[in-house]
Design a protein around this ligand. Sequence first.
Ligand code: PLP
Length: 467
Amino acid sequence: MHTIIEPFRIKMTEALPITTRSQRQAWLASAHNNVFLLDAEAITVDLLTDSGTGAMSARQWAALMLGDESYAGSTSWHRFEDTVREITGFKHIFPVHQGRVAERILAATRLKPGAIVPNNSHFDTTRAKIEYAGAQAVDLLTPEGQDIYSETRFKGNMDIEKLAHVIESKGAANIPFCMITVTDNAGGGQPVSMENIKLVKEILNKYRVPLVIDACRFAENSYFIKEYEPGFADWSLIEIAKQMFSLADAATMSAKKDGLANIGGFFGCNNDEWAEDFRNMLILTEGFSTYGGLAGRDLEAIAVGLKEALEYDYQRYRHATVEYMASRLIKGDIPIVRPAGGHAVFIDAAAFCPHLTPRDYPGIGLVNALFLEGGIRAVELGSVMFGRPQPGGRDEIPGPRELVRLAFPRRVYTQSHFDYVIEVLGLVWRQRDAIPAYRITKQAPFLRHFTAHFAQGGNAGAAGFLP
Ligand SMILES: Cc1ncc(COP(=O)(O)O)c(C=O)c1O
């Protein structure tokens, strides 16, 4: 059949607010021009993130009722542990309340000031944890991965030569572990091939550096491998996932993505010493090691969700929705990262707003324009999220790219919602010259994008916006 349908039907609905432009203008002004500070009630289509925003299945809701809330050794913990072990094969498994807890404890227990952590590209929370521990996060994407418009597959791959060079020049003793993020969220949701993970592992083995997979979107990555990497067409997604994890020494996971849950995550590893240190810190800061800050019912929902994320028909539909939107935007000449990623469409805000420089934060201009025009919430992945603030304000080092991400919550929006988004983007595209520069008027020392305040006006460009 040519048409790829949602492999589910809808049993419960949630009303979407339909708002007016003047309401949106007032709300954005009182949120200091930062869409993170808007109330969800102001948002018509929320593409801020695919994290924790998915719709659970009837099987997951049913599993919630099995939640065993015993403090230690609950049956829910055992179901969770069995499922995670079946998929990952790790000897030690710890639940955490979200991915960044796994990152925080890993960083706190394994990193010393001056250490170096290579990755294909660190996501913001991962980078922040590493830097907070006084270590350095190094991104090693291939040249094709850095080229927004290259149609190459597996643009999330790590540059093997650069990895070898970093290890040799900095010394393996200074690299407590290397990470690889599947799929590469910061770089456009681009996948990593099995071949690349194997090559990374070979190099790391030579220098005895452990490999940690940031596995948030492991099931989407498995789908890409099945569809596009030679030799995997006949493999099931779970077989591919198992092979990926078998190459790693540990993994951090946010179950808010490919766990199809609204909260949760895990850390898995094979090393007994790593596990002991992780367990002790988990108990100190989150909760006992069989619940890790989660309710028993959350563990149940994740155990079901991890398996559902590996269903081929679900992944086929999910990738088809992203490709649907990407192909229509390309047809309208709107500059986006190619090929389509696994969980989002990424717009090249620098090309969208050539009248703005990175220091004018074109991504913030575009994000705010989408909200003002159609009540759509997106997120900037550019110089606000990844720029390096310098003492004294605006003389900061810009981020590597100026992207705006339209993330697709799992099993939430239908094709007509995406048609609406495409229409709004088309309107904003036609008025793109009016997108103004923004400057930061208040920011936090870490992860500033969440809470920063912005005001219009910067180095260049237009003063007002979309009358
Ligand atoms: C690649 C990647 N790693 C880690 C995280 C952190 O996960 P969490 O939001 O559950 O803390 C995210 C969240 O978006 C992510 O995309």
